[in-house]
Design a protein around this ligand. Structure first.
Ligand code: TA6
Length: 283
C-alpha cells in the first residue's frame, strides 16, 4: 500500500509516493516524476542544470509528452504543453492520480476538451506509470502521447540496450531514413535518436548498466489494444553541449527509453479514453 504526502522538490510543489524502500517524487508542475529512489539509490537522471522555475520542462526524470511529440504544430511548445502545465493531485488512496484538464491556455493552442490523468504505482522493485487521455469534448481529437524517461546509468560506455533486435526504426537524425537495428544488443557511442514503430507489448526493452531496467508497455483505446512506439535517445557529446539545461557530460549518465503513441496521431472519439501503460522493473 503506497502512502502519499505533500512535499517540495527544488521549490516546486510535489507529492512523495512511498511503498517500502521505493520512493517517488512527482511535481505538480508537469506531473513530472523527478526522482525514483529504490533501496536508497536514485534510478532516474536529472540534469544538474535543470530549471525549476517553471520556465521550461524539467530536464530529466519522466517528462509527459502531450498532445504532440516534437513540434509538428508550431503554435504549441516542443513536445506539447502537458509537461509545462500545473496539474492537480487527486487523493483517492491507492487510486490517487495527477490530473490536467483543458483551459483557456490550452484551448488557445489546441482547441479540444480533454482530461489527462497520470498514476504512479509502486510495487517492490517496479514502477507502473499510466497516462490516460479522456476526450471530454463533443468531437474527436487526435494526439500523441509519450513518457520520456531518462534512466540513470553509471557509465554509458558500459551500458547496453536490448529489445530492438531484428527490428527497423525511423532514424530521427540525418536523412530520417528507415534502418535496420544492428543485431540484438545496442551500444551507445554516438548520438542516438530512433523511433521503433508498432512495438510489441510482448517484448521488453532493457537498459543494462550493472543493474537492469526492464520496460514493458501497453496502449489501449477504450480498453482495446492499440499500437505504440518506442523512442531510444542519447544526446551524445555535441547535443549535450548544445542543450542549455543539459550538462556537457550528461550523455555519459543517461539513456532515454520513451514509449508512446507518436508514429501517427491517435484519434480519440468524444467520450473515449486512450491509455499508455509503462511498467519499469529494476532487476
Ligand atoms: O525523444 C527524443 C527527442 O525528440 C530528441 O530529439 C530531443 O529533442 C529530446 O527529445 C529532448 O527534447 P526536449 O524538448 O526535452 O529538449
Amino acid at each position: 500500500m503506497s502512502s502519499f504526502e505533500k512535499t517540495s522538490y527544488n521549490g516546486l510543489e510535489a507529492i512523495k509516493i512511498s511503498n517500502g524502500s521505493s520512493v517517488v517524487i512527482v511535481t505538480l508542475f508537469g506531473a513530472h516524476v523527478c526522482s525514483w529512489i529504490l533501496d536508497g539509490e536514485e534510478q532516474l537522471f536529472v540534469s544538474s542544470i535543470a530549471k525549476f522555475d517553471q520556465s521550461k520542462a524539467i530536464r530529466g526524470g519522466i517528462p509527459v509528452v502531450f498532445p504532440q511529440f516534437g513540434r509538428p504544430n508550431e503554435i504549441m511548445a516542443q513536445h506539447g504543453f502537458a509537461r509545462n502545465s500545473i496539474w492537480t493531485f487527486v487523493e483517492a488512496g491507492e487510486e490517487s492520480y495527477f490530473a490536467l484538464t483543458d483551459s483557456q491556455e490550452t484551448m488557445a493552442v489546441w482547441p479540444h476538451s480533454f482530461r489527462l490523468s497520470l498514476s504512479v504505482k509502486l510495487d517492490a522493485k517496479e514502477m507502473k506509470i499510466h497516462l490516460g487521455v479522456e476526450n471530454t469534448g463533443s468531437s474527436a481529437l487526435e494526439c500523441h502521447t509519450l513518457l520520456h524517461t531518462y534512466f540513470r546509468v553509471d557509465d554509458i560506455t558500459k551500458t547496453t540496450v536490448t529489445g530492438f533486435g531484428g527490428l527497423s526504426f525511423q532514424d530521427h537524425l540525418g536523412d530520417h531514413a528507415t534502418k535496420e537495428n544492428e543485431g540484438e544488443v545496442n551500444t551507445i557511442d554516438r548520438e542516438v535518436d530512433r523511433e521503433y514503430q508498432d512495438y510489441s507489448s510482448d517484448k521488453t526493452v532493457s537498459v543494462i548498466c550493472g543493474k537492469q531496467f526492464d520496460v514493458q508497455t501497453k496502449a489501449t483505446l477504450d480498453g482495446n489494444s492499440t499500437s505504440f512506439d518506442v523512442v531510444f535517445w542519447n544526446a551524445w557529446i555535441e547535443k549535450s553541449k548544445a542543450t542549455g539545461d543539459l550538462d556537457d557530460d550528461a550523455y555519459k549518465s543517461y539513456v532515454c527509453i520513451e514509449p508512446g503513441t507518436i508514429a501517427d496521431l491517435k484519434r480519440v472519439e468524444a467520450g473515449s479514453k486512450l491509455l499508455l501503460c509503462k511498467n519499469i522493473r529494476v532487476v
